[in-house]
Design a binder for this molecule. Structure first.
Ligand code: NI
Length: 172
């Protein structure tokens, strides 16, 4: 298990479309463990493998981090089977888009099929924050960031801010 650096926008690697995992083997379980470690270290609630530079369709989410208890759930090769017509708006942030938060509207509920850490097929119907989080992380697998859902003006302001922060970081 290892904490791996998280890529930040505008990094072209975040635009990659991730590919399916063929088999949930020990290498994939090690990837899941590294993702969980990296997510907790960065104080996030969700992470896609592409955010640590591995363009495979693997997501880790843990919305129940309380009292230091950790319960990371891996979603491997997730597919959205259904989304509700009803929409919901949450203020989103992203470990790959530091210091920026904004409202994003998405379907309020979704049904997702995936393989768990043991390679067992599961189907989950999610609502609330989990539904938003799953859709946000699945966007990453297709090279989409939450700022891509904002208006063109807001997105370009966000990219400008991120680029400036990177320049400052490089200069320091
Ligand atoms: Ni994200």
């Amino acid at each position: 298990m290892a904490i791996r650096p998280i890529l930040t926008a505008p990094d072209p690697r975040l635009k990659a479309v991730s590919t399916d995992v063929e088999a949930v083997d020990s290498a994939i379980r090690a990837l899941v463990d590294d993702m969980a470690d990296s997510m907790y270290a960065a104080e996030g609630i969700g992470l896609a493998a592409v955010q640590i530079g591995v363009a495979r369709r693997v997501i880790v989410i843990d919305l129940d981090q309380k009292d230091g208890k950790k319960n990371p759930i891996a979603y491997i090769n997730p597919k959205i089977l259904w989304v509700s017509e009803e929409m919901a708006t949450f203020e989103e942030g992203c470990l790959s888009v530091p210091e920026i938060w904004d409202d994003v509207e998405r379907p309020a509920r979704c049904k997702v099929e995936y393989l768990d850490r043991d390679g067992v097929k599961k189907v989950l119907e999610a609502d609330g924050l989990l539904a938003t989080c799953i859709q946000h992380e699945m966007d990453h697998l297709n090279g989409v960031l939450f700022i891509d859902h904002l208006s063109r003006l807001k997105r370009s302001m966000a990219i400008k801010k991120l680029t400036k922060a990177k320049k400052l970081e490089a200069a320091s």
